[in-house]
Design a protein around this ligand. Structure first.
Ligand SMILES: Nc1nc2c(c(=O)[nH]1)N[C@H]1C(S)=C(S)[C@@H](COP(=O)(O)OP(=O)(O)OC[C@H]3O[C@@H](n4cnc5c(=O)[nH]c(N)nc54)[C@H](O)[C@@H]3O)O[C@H]1N2
Ligand SMILES: Nc1nc2c(c(=O)[nH]1)N[C@H]1C(S)=C(S)[C@@H](COP(=O)(O)OP(=O)(O)OC[C@H]3O[C@@H](n4cnc5c(=O)[nH]c(N)nc54)[C@H](O)[C@@H]3O)O[C@H]1N2
Ligand SMILES: [Mo]
Length: 778
């Protein structure tokens, strides 16, 4: 992949199955190309060696944690891409904006927009010329303050957060927004691991994973459900491969045969690279129906129950951990009654797996003394994600697999600080204890009503109930579902403000007035009045550590996220309830406030001096259950009666296929680095839909032909994307897969998870329709 050159070339569509392992030479070549073709090659090489090192910066890629060992090289191919992408020398400066009107920019692809470089100066939209023009920082802050202070209610403003924001930025942001008077905190988490937080809080009393990095070395079995670590968490492949090598079971559950879950060659092990050897990363691979995981998990529980009864009858050792269940849990009998009630026929039908596969996975689970279960978006972006994750917890509770070394729950987070942002209070439904602590420390009346999540915020803007949108990072316009409606929602606003590093579609689908505020990223050196500043982040294993930028910022007009937020807060509220501008002179002052109000951060400034950071602890991980009963809860859910939503069934239209949306190997969410998807064998194109060849023929098409994709929902809105190439692929019949964000126009805003409000991006009912043009696969 040559990510910096491709933008100017016309892509040649190509598809050829990938035979190599994940990682290995392919990854090394790709990293090297990313370096050599970036315009900062030498500097970036030096930077990469600082990735995830003490005194270095936290990789802006994913939220996977690091081995506590120091001295190791701790970055991966896709981390390298993320760093190079941020550390470009190209600039989107006032002369760029003078050249292109917003309408002209709207014609460009997401790939082209971000490729243009870093935003370097604050800009304001000028309606007369349809262009962004420079604005002084203080004038920008004053414009925001004017809008916010003129709203009839603070609940008419939306404050979005994307999960790269540091703890310091996030804490300052939530303090400002609550002092302003609302809990409207839509955030990327609402589209991501929300279901994990909701489900686990009810089951085990904490919404985070219970494992740490070391646990992977002690597990006898690791389940990887609905996750593609080869692309999205490459550093996770190493512990998986090591687990297989030591004889542990690694069980993958994924309808697609993802390359990284099959074979891995370590790009940093010279011997393996030279011999071109590679190692398997799984011992079993099960391919369920989309949304079929809960049925699979229920089936596993049903086998355990059957074996438990057989063991009791024969006087053999128990399958369940009775001591744990008695001492630590609630509701096991109700739950087992539900398991008994669920029929084998229904389990097989809904899971999409034969009974022998379900039995095999149950055996692998039961054989492991210590088991870890990992999951990501394949599990969380469904209507019944909350009960599915609770079924994971139920299964783990039956054998006491929570709160002991080598065992536990591991929702693998996405954005590098999405977990920390929640810890800092970016939460539209904040817990009372947190609000109480804020009120006590800062002496103002904290808003207590729940605020808007992402989907509610879009509805509110569409209906004119919200008029101001502020985005701390991210790309709200493209990351959200039902794209044309989201665009309309943003355009309905009186003011939209984007605090960003790079140009994206959210800057172009703007309100009547609009600001672009350019900020530092993780890699930039951040100098404030008291000198260079570090920020802190929290990974998936609840480790908090410092991150120090390494590169001189491209322009003196760029500011840090905390400095921008302090500017907005100061203009809007003055020195209430804190002296914002004084706070950002030295971020340890912000950390002192965090220490005052969030108990696990006591002595924060001292603790981050520890190399590798510090562990926040996890109540469930130490078998303390923060539930009303002070026990872990078996949750007695029933399987969905039909995976297809009643709104879809109500139309009487029978879907051709059920489609998931997913990430390619060359993208970071809405940031497109290139047009290839190496491990899936796709080159030079993104408007593709992966289908079983039999389905292509059944539906009257030929492989390589182009089609329109139309989604089905019980309303009058036509949801259509045009001219997608039909790629024959190793995918279960009846299923389809395509790339996010290209297919986001197909995801209905109303199709959300029960209890999580997460758009169901992994379950879209579609029909294929004829498209005039036909392309050939080369
Ligand atoms: N390089 C890179 N790294 C990233 C990101 C990125 O875009 N690029 N994004 C970051 C973010 S924010 C996140 S949240 C994570 C996302 O990490 P992932 O969750 O790995 O991301 P997706 O590409 O959405 O992959 C979903 C996987 O689930 C499978 N799947 C889909 N539906 C189902 C289902 O019903 N059941 C099962 N069992 N499997 C299913 C798909 O086949 C696919 O392999 O990665 C983070 N890291
Ligand atoms: N159909 C479908 N939709 C999905 C998903 C899916 O799987 N399928 N996944 C969902 C998930 S899991 C997530 S997390 C969301 C992601 O949603 P977002 O987090 O909103 O999207 P990103 O693409 O990560 O945001 C990219 C932009 O962030 C800005 N940026 C990058 N670094 C920084 C920084 O350090 N500071 C600031 N201030 N800005 C920065 C840049 O301007 C860049 O253009 O999308 C969701 N949407
Ligand atoms: Mo995410």
């Amino acid at each position: 992949m040559s990510m910096h050159k491709q933008a100017d070339k016309t892509p040649v569509p190509r598809y050829k199955p990938y035979k190599g392992p994940a990682g290995g030479w392919g990854a090394l070549i790709s990293v090297t190309q990313a370096w050599l073709t970036s315009d900062n090659a030498l500097k970036n090489l030096r930077m990469m060696l600082k990735t995830n090192q003490n005194g270095g910066f936290d990789c802006p890629g994913c939220a996977w944690g690091d081995s506590p060992e120091s001295g190791m090289v701790k970055f991966c191919e896709n981390g390298a891409k993320a760093v190079n992408w941020e550390a470009t020398k190209r600039r989107v400066d006032p002369s760029f904006f003078a050249r292109y009107s917003v309408s002209a920019l709207l014609e460009q692809s997401d790939y082209w927009l971000e490729y243009q470089g870093r935003l370097t100066e604050p800009m304001v939209y000028d309606a007369d010329s349809d262009r962004y023009k420079p604005i002084a920082w203080d004038d920008a802050f004053a414009l925001i303050a004017k809008h916010l202070n003129n709203l009839p209610s603070p609940n008419m403003a939306e404050f979005y957060t994307s999960g790269r924001a540091s703890n310091e930025a996030a804490y300052l942001y939530q303090l400002f927004v609550r002092a302003y008077g609302t809990n409207n905190f839509p955030d990327c988490s609402n589209m991501c691991h929300e279901a994990s937080g909701v489900a686990l809080s009810q089951s085990v009393g904490v919404g985070k994973g219970t494992v740490t990095f070391d646990d992977f070395e002690h597990a006898d079995a690791i389940f990887v459900l609905g996750q593609n670590p080869g692309t999205n968490h490459p550093r996770m492949l190493e512990p998986l491969r090591e687990a297989v090598q030591r004889g542990a079971q690694v069980v993958c559950v994924n309808p697609l045969k993802e390359r990284g879950l099959e074979r891995f060659q370590h790009p940093q092990h010279p011997l393996e690279m030279l011999s071109n050897g590679s190692e398997p990363t799984n011992t079993a691979y099960f391919r369920p129906a989309l949304g079929g995981d809960m049925a699979l998990l229920r089936g596993m529980a049903k086998f355990l129950l059957q074996w438990e009864r057989e063991a009791q009858a024969k006087g053999e050792p128990a399958v369940f951990d009775h001591a744990f269940i008695n001492e630590h849990t609630n509701g096991v009998l109700d739950y087992l009654a539900k398991v008994d009630e669920t029929s084998w026929e229904f389990i097989v039908e809904q899971s999409g797996l034969p009974l022998v596969d379900i039995e095999r996975s149950a055996r692998m689970y039961a054989k492991g003394k210590n088991v870890i279960m990992c999951w990501a978006m394949g599990i969380t972006q469904h209507r019944h994600s909350v009960p599915t994750i609770q079924e994971v917890a139920n299964l783990m509770l039956l054998r006491g697999n929570i709160g002991r070394p080598g065992a536990g729950l591991c929702p693998v987070r996405g954005h590098s600080n999405v977990q920390g942002d929640r810890t800092m209070g970016i939460n539209e439904r904040p817990p009372a204890f947190f609000l109480d602590a804020l009120e006590k420390r800062f002496q103002f009346k904290v808003p207590r009503d729940n605020g808007h999540n992402v989907v509610e915020a879009i509805h509110a803007m569409l209906e004119g109930r919200s008029k101001v949108f502020i985005g701390l990072g991210g790309n709200f316009a493209q990351a959200t579902p039902d794209s044309p409606r989201t665009f309309e929602a943003l355009r309905n606003c009186d003011l939209t403000v984007q605090i960003s590093t790079k140009l994206n579609r959210s800057h172009l689908t703007h309100g009547k007035e609009a600001l672009i505020l350019p900020c530092f990223g993780r890699t930039d050196i951040d100098i404030q009045a008291d000198g260079p500043q570090a920020v802190t982040v929290e990974d998936s294993f609840s480790m908090v550590h410092a991150s120090n930028g390494q590169l001189k910022p491209l322009s003196r007009q760029m500011r840090s996220e905390p400095a921008i937020l302090a500017g907005i807060a100061n203009a809007t509220l003055g020195k209430q309830p804190v002296d914002w501008l004084w706070l950002v002179e030295d971020y340890s002052r912000i950390r002192d406030l965090i220490a005052d109000t969030i108990p696990a951060f006591k002595d924060f400034n001292e603790k981050i001096k520890h190399p590798g950071g510090f562990y926040l602890g996890n109540s469930a991980g130490s078998r303390k259950w923060n539930t009303p009963s002070a026990r872990a809860n078996f949750k007695s859910n029933v399987l969905p009666s039909d995976l297809v939503h009643e709104s879809i069934r109500g139309t009487g239209i029978v879907p051709d296929l059920i489609m998931q949306s997913m990430r390619s190997h060359d993208q970071y969410n809405t940031t497109i680095y290139g047009l290839d998807d190496r491990y899936r064998g796709v080159k030079g194109q993104r408007d593709v839909i992966f289908l079983n060849e039999a389905d292509i023929i059944r539906l009257g098409f030929v492989p390589g032909q182009k089609a329109d994709i139309v989604s089905i929902w019980g309303d009058d809105i036509e949801r259509r994307v045009k001219g997608f190439t039909l790629l024959p692929f190793d995918i279960p019949a009846g299923q389809a897969a395509a790339y996010y964000p290209e297919v986001n126009p197909l995801v209905p805003l109303e199709s959300v998870g029960d209890g999580s409000h997460t758009p169901t991006s992994k379950f879209v009912a579609i029909k294929l329709e004829r498209h005039s043009e036909t392309a050939r696969i080369i």
